[in-house]
Design a protein around this ligand. Structure first.
Ligand code: ZN
Length: 170
């Protein structure tokens, strides 16, 4: 290739002259060439970005500064910590109390319900087996009586399950 004054210099040469600050032919050319001026400007911006990236590195005494700041105001921090811990402890105790109360109440209700269901089932089964035996031995005339007994028993269980007196009882 034939070097002319119009031709842009090699970028390496241009940047070497730029970094060293010497104003050689490459920089002389760049002053007059918009293309090279744009390249140099881009290079400068890139360099600035690189410096900016390297800049926010924490100073070596950052930890020391932070520790000093924490040590300079220990009372409010400690008070806040204790307040927070107290609130947390009270909340936990209250929650635990509610949990225990609810659990006891629930387990008590569950036991009562289970006992009621077991007793009721056993009672109905006994009644049905007895009715079955009666049905076979004493024949049909007792059917009406048994039905009435069964229905009254079922009604009684239903009333118990309703957990309160029925209006008819009052
Ligand atoms: Zn150029």
């Amino acid at each position: 290739m034939m070097p002319t004054s119009i031709e842009c210099p090699d970028l390496e040469v241009l940047f070497t002259e730029l970094e060293s600050g010497e104003h050689g032919p490459a920089m002389e050319h760049a002053k007059l060439c918009p293309l090279c001026t744009a390249i140099i400007e881009e290079h400068r911006l890139l360099e600035k970005d690189l410096y900016r990236l390297a800049d926010p590195l924490p100073p070596p005494d950052l930890v020391h500064k932070v520790m000093a700041r924490v040590a300079s105001e220990p009372a409010p921090v400690r008070r806040e910590l204790w307040t927070g811990l107290s609130i947390l402890g009270i909340s936990l105790l209250a929650g635990l109390g509610v949990l225990i109360t609810n659990d006891t109440a629930l387990s008590g209700a569950g036991t009562g319900l289970a006992r009621f269901l077991v007793d009721g089932k056993a009672f109905v089964e006994a009644l049905l087996s007895g009715a079955h035996a009666l049905w076979h031995t004493a024949a049909g005339p007792v059917a009406g009586l048994l039905a009435a007994l069964l229905f009254s028993t079922l009604f009684g269980i239903k009333r118990l399950a309703g957990n309160g007196p029925t209006p008819s009882e009052a």
